[in-house]
Design a protein around this ligand. Structure first.
Ligand SMILES: NC(=O)c1ccc[n+]([C@@H]2O[C@H](COP(=O)([O-])OP(=O)(O)OC[C@H]3O[C@@H](n4cnc5c(N)ncnc54)[C@H](O)[C@@H]3O)[C@@H](O)[C@H]2O)c1
Length: 377
């Protein structure tokens, strides 16, 4: 496969569920060859959203058909509000109408929403069919397509229904990021910055230094980010696939972030933006508890505030209502809110119980930051 397409491979070592992530440019037009290599059955069902279908569905379909696969597609409306059981049910009906059998493969072609929804369907349809991730957003390439967490939201909370279901392989075509709206690149940067903070100070500095090139979607820099993040995630997931321990560090910024998303009804804030803001609040908590130096806390906050974010993130929220939303978070144990806290740039704790009064202080602080800083592009 080296003749027309060049790519790097990152392995996720999980015993018999191990799989490769192929990272490179123009990989979508070689999708069929990856399917051949992995000896997948002849029936393929692509799940994608309307935006991605318009740009990339034909390329993916053509490659698979040319490689001898029978391909069907289901196109769902875009957006987080589609990641629910109602949409999953509509897709199951389509699969049955197409007479898709167990010996088939579901492909998620799109961002994290499509990845989580299609993965959940692959895990549950006829007790599980083969699954392939083809992420097309920066966030999905650096994070959501790797590690096997799939699921949908419930009216009472995000990702409340789901499974661990690993793909057969992941194809991250960096070329697809060229068409990604700037706001979506920023969302991806949210998760990228997170990897630096939780595991790697050098990587954090690289991201901070290269922010202008990232925002310009410079191919080489993006490839470095995707392969770096996938390596870090693979290392964590391979030690703790089902989040009994170490994997929880990937949730840094997410407890506050999920509550913010929920408070904005999944409309005011995108996931990546919510995580960026969540990391500011959770870093404040660490500083307030004397767990991180003021210098490192300021470095984290400074790097996040340099990332251009749109005006809509200045939406108002009531800190006490956010606390109520946080109690619903999956990391809550016996009604107590637990947070992953940074102890330096490159190191975090496992989730620890934090007094709600301090979290409230952090939310008041975050709201003041949002009001005072020009977080506007
Ligand atoms: N499973 C996990 O481990 C995990 C980890 C992190 C986030 N997530 C989930 O991921 C979701 C967010 O994912 P996301 O940020 O990718 O959002 P998304 O899937 O909604 O995609 C963002 C937007 O970009 C469009 N798009 C996608 N690819 C495009 C391309 N190449 N060119 C132009 N437009 C394109 C989509 O249609 C959509 O409108 C959330 O639901 C979050 O919970 C899951």
């Amino acid at each position: 496969m080296k003749n027309s397409t060049q790519y790097q491979t990152v392995r996720v070592p999980l015993g018999e569920r191990s799989y490769p992530i192929y990272i490179g440019k123009n990989l979508l037009s070689s999708l069929g060859r990856f399917f051949h290599r992995h000896r997948l059955p002849k029936t393929v069902l692509i799940i994608t959203d309307r935006n991605v279908a318009r740009l990339y569905l034909k390329i993916a379909q053509r490659s698979l058909v040319q490689a001898g696969f029978a391909v069907r597609a289901i196109v769902v409306p875009p957006g987080e509000k589609e990641k629910n059981l109602r949409r999953a049910d509509a897709v199951y009906s389509e699969l049955l109408r197409f007479r898709i059998e167990r010996r088939s493969t579901i492909v998620a072609l799109g961002g994290g929403v499509v990845g989580d929804l299609a993965g959940f369907i692959a895990a549950t349809y006829q007790r599980g069919v083969n699954f392939v991730q083809v992420p097309t957003t920066l966030l999905a390439q650096v994070d959501s397509s790797v590690g096997g967490k799939v699921g949908v939201n419930h009216a009472q909370g995000k990702n409340m229904v789901g499974a661990f279901y690993q793909p057969a392989f992941v194809v991250a075509d960096i070329g697809t990021l060229r068409t990604l709206p700037d706001r979506e690149i920023v969302c991806g940067v949210g998760e990228v910055v997170k990897y630096g903070i939780i595991t790697n100070r050098k990587f954090f500095s690289f991201v901070d230094r290269n922010l202008p090139n990232i925002l310009l979607k410079e191919g080489r820099v993006l490839a470095h980010l995707v392969s770096g993040c996938c390596r870090m995630k693979a290392l964590v997931v391979s030690q703790d696939e089902r989040e009994d321990n170490l994997r929880a560090i990937l949730n840094f910024g997410h407890t506050v972030g999920h509550a913010l998303e929920h408070a904005g009804s999944y409309r005011s804030l995108k996931h990546g933006e919510a995580i960026l803001l969540g990391m500011i609040a959770e870093t404040f908590v660490a500083y307030r508890l004397g767990m991180i130096s003021s210098k490192d806390a300021a470095r984290i906050e400074g790097a996040i505030l340099r990332i251009p974010m749109p005006r809509s993130i200045g939406f108002s929220f009531a800190p006490s209502r956010l606390i109520a939303a946080m109690r619903l978070d999956k990391k809550v144990a016996s009604g107590k809110i637990r947070l992953v806290l940074p102890t330096s740039v490159g190191k975090v704790t496992l989730p620890i119980v934090v007094d709600e009064k301090i979290i409230l202080e952090a939310l008041v602080y975050l709201r003041a930051v949002l009001l005072s800083k020009a977080l506007v592009v």
